[in-house]
Design a protein around this ligand. Structure first.
Ligand SMILES: C[C@H](CCC[C@@H](C)[C@H]1CC[C@H]2[C@@H]3[C@H](O)C[C@@H]4C[C@H](O)CC[C@]4(C)[C@H]3C[C@H](O)[C@]12C)C(=O)SCCNC(=O)CCNC(=O)[C@H](O)C(C)(C)COP(=O)(O)OP(=O)(O)OC[C@H]1O[C@@H](n2cnc3c(N)ncnc32)[C@H](O)[C@@H]1OP(=O)(O)O
Length: 383
C-alpha cells in the first residue's frame, strides 16, 4: 500500500483526528492510537479501523517520557488538543522535533495555534461559522444551517490534515526533515470554499441565501418528494441537461419560462414538486436512469450499498462484524487502500505489543504497568 512503512502516533481525540488516522491506516500506515488512562469502559472512537491502541497516561512524567521515546521512532504525530495542551505536557514541537528532526508533527485544531481563539473550546459549527461558510448554508428566510459535522470536522479538518501529512512526508523524501503542520479547521473549511470566493464575480451568489443557483434557490438544483415518501435529487444545471429533465417530467419547455428566470423559480419549484409527488422513487428512477437529466434517487444508508451502481463498483464494504461502511477513496490503480476488516481496537488492547515493538523491555513495561502509567485491556473486558 502507498503508505506502508509509515509509523503514525495519533493522540485520541474527538471526530477529525480519528478520521485523519483512519485514512492513513487505510492507505497502509501503521497507526497507533494513544488512548487516555484511566481507560473508559467503551472506546468512543468509531473510526479506529486498522489502528492499534496503547493506553498511556500523558499527565504523568513517565507517561510523557514514553511518548517522547515513541516519537523518536515515529514518522508522524497527530495531536488533537487545543493550543497549549501539548506544551503543558512537555510534548511541544520544539521538544519532539529536537529529539527527532524527521518527525511530522500534525496539530489538528479548530482555531489553529495562534490568534485570540486558539485556546478556546469549539466544535464543527463554530469553525464553520468563523470561516464564513456557514453564512452561505441554509434555505431562504431560515437561519444558517450547519449540516452534520462533515464540513469543518471531517473535510476541512481530518481530510486536509491527512493531505498535509502526506505532502510533508513527500517533502521529507527530499529534505530529510520533518515539520509542524498547523491544521486549523476554520482555515481548512475556508480553503474548501475557495470556489465560493473565486466565483463571487460570476453572479452566482448575488441573491440572498437560499435564492441562488446552487444553494436551493433554483428549481433544477433541488430535492423533491416522491409519492412513496422518498426523494429525488435534481442537479440539471446545463441547458441540455435541463431539457432532459423537462422531458422526463412530461413538460414542454416552449410553454415554460426560461430556465434562468429567477422570478419564476418559486413557481417552477411548486410545479416540479407536484409532478414528482405523482410517482414513486422507483418509477422516477426508471424514467431518469440512463439519461443525462442529472436526476438520482436520494438513498438512505440502508439502501446505498445495494444500489446497482454502488454494487458494481464495490463502493461499500462489510467488516468481520458484518458492519457496512464506505470503501476508502480515492482508488489508486496499483496501490489501492486495503482497509482492515477487523473490529476497531479496544482501548489498551495493544499496549504491550506496541511498546515491545518500539524497543521497550519487558521489565520497563512491567514497571510502567505497576506504576499505572499504562494500561492493558483484554478484549472481553470491554464488551
Ligand atoms: C461536533 C464534533 C464533536 C462530536 C463528538 C461526539 C461524537 C461525541 C461527544 C460526546 C460523546 C458522547 C459522550 O462522551 C457520552 C457517551 C460516552 C460513551 O462512552 C459513548 C457514547 C457517548 C454518548 C459519547 C458518544 C460520542 O462519542 C459523543 C457524542 C466536533 O466538532 S469534534 C471537533 C472538536 N474540536 C477539536 O477537536 C479541536 C481541537 N480540540 C479542542 O479544541 C479541544 O480538545 C476540545 C474538543 C474543545 C475539547 O476540550 P477539552 O477541554 O476536553 O480538551 P483539551 O483542552 O484539548 O485538553 C485535553 C486534556 O486531556 C488531557 N489528555 C489527553 N490525552 C491524555 C492522556 N493520554 N493521558 C492523560 N491526559 C490526557 C490533556 O493533558 C488535557 O488536559 P488538561 O485539560 O488538563 O490540559
Amino acid at each position: 500500500m502507498a503508505l506502508s512503512g509509515v509509523r503514525v502516533l495519533e493522540l485520541a481525540g474527538l471526530a477529525p483526528a480519528p478520521l485523519c488516522g483512519m485514512i492513513l491506516a487505510d492507505f497502509g500506515a501503521r497507526v497507533v492510537r494513544v488512548d487516555r488512562t484511566p481507560r473508559s469502559a467503551v472506546a468512543t472512537d468509531v473510526q479506529g479501523r486498522g489502528k492499534r491502541s496503547l493506553a498511556l497516561d500523558l499527565k504523568r512524567p513517565p507517561g510523557a517520557a514514553v511518548l517522547r521515546r515513541l516519537c523518536c521512532q515515529a514518522d508522524v504525530l497527530i495531536e488533537p488538543f487545543r493550543h497549549g495542551v501539548m506544551e503543558k505536557l512537555g510534548l511541544g514541537p520544539e521538544v519532539l522535533l529536537q529529539e527527532n528532526p524527521r518527525l511530522i508533527y500534525a496539530r489538528l485544531t479548530g482555531f489553529g495555534q495562534s490568534g485570540q481563539y486558539a485556546k478556546s473550546a469549539g466544535h464543527d459549527i463554530n469553525y464553520l461559522a468563523l470561516s464564513g461558510v456557514l453564512s452561505k448554508l441554509g434555505r431562504k428566510d431560515e437561519n444558517p444551517y450547519a449540516p452534520v459535522n462533515l464540513l469543518a470536522d471531517f473535510a476541512g479538518g481530518g481530510v486536509l490534515c491527512a493531505m498535509g501529512i502526506v505532502t510533508a512526508l513527500y517533502e521529507r523524501t527530499k529534505s530529510g526533515k520533518g515539520q509542524i503542520i498547523d491544521a486549523s479547521m476554520v482555515e481548512g473549511v475556508a480553503y474548501l470554499s475557495s470556489f465560493l470566493w473565486k466565483s463571487q464575480n460570476l453572479g452566482l451568489w448575488n441573491r440572498p441565501r437560499g435564492e441562488n443557483l446552487l444553494d436551493s434557490g433554483a428549481p433544477f438544483y433541488e430535492t423533491y418528494k416522491t409519492s412513496d415518501g422518498k426523494f429525488m435529487a435534481v442537479g440539471a444545471i446545463e441547458p441540455q441537461f435541463y431539457e432532459q429533465l423537462i422531458k422526463g417530467l412530461g413538460l414542454d419547455s416552449d410553454k415554460l419560462p426560461s430556465q434562468l428566470s429567477f422570478s419564476d423559480w418559486p413557481k417552477m419549484k411548486e410545479k416540479f414538486a407536484s409532478i414528482f409527488a405523482q410517482k414513486t422513487q422507483a418509477e422516477w428512477c426508471s424514467i431518469f436512469d440512463g439519461t443525462d437529466a442529472c436526476v438520482t434517487p436520494v438513498l438512505s444508508f440502508d439502501e446505498v450499498a445495494s444500489h446497482q451502481h454502488n454494487k458494481q463498483r464495490s463502493s461499500f464494504i462489510k467488516n468481520d462484524q458484518e458492519e457496512i461502511s464506505p470503501r476508502p477513496a480515492p482508488l489508486l490503480s496499483r496501490t489501492p487502500a486495503v482497509p482492515s476488516f477487523k473490529r476497531d481496537p479496544f482501548i489498551g488492547e495493544h499496549t504491550e505489543e506496541i511498546l515491545l515493538e518500539y524497543g521497550f523491555t519487558k521489565q520497563e513495561i512491567a514497571k510502567l504497568y505497576s506504576d499505572k502509567v499504562i494500561e492493558f485491556s483484554e478484549p472481553k473486558a470491554n464488551l
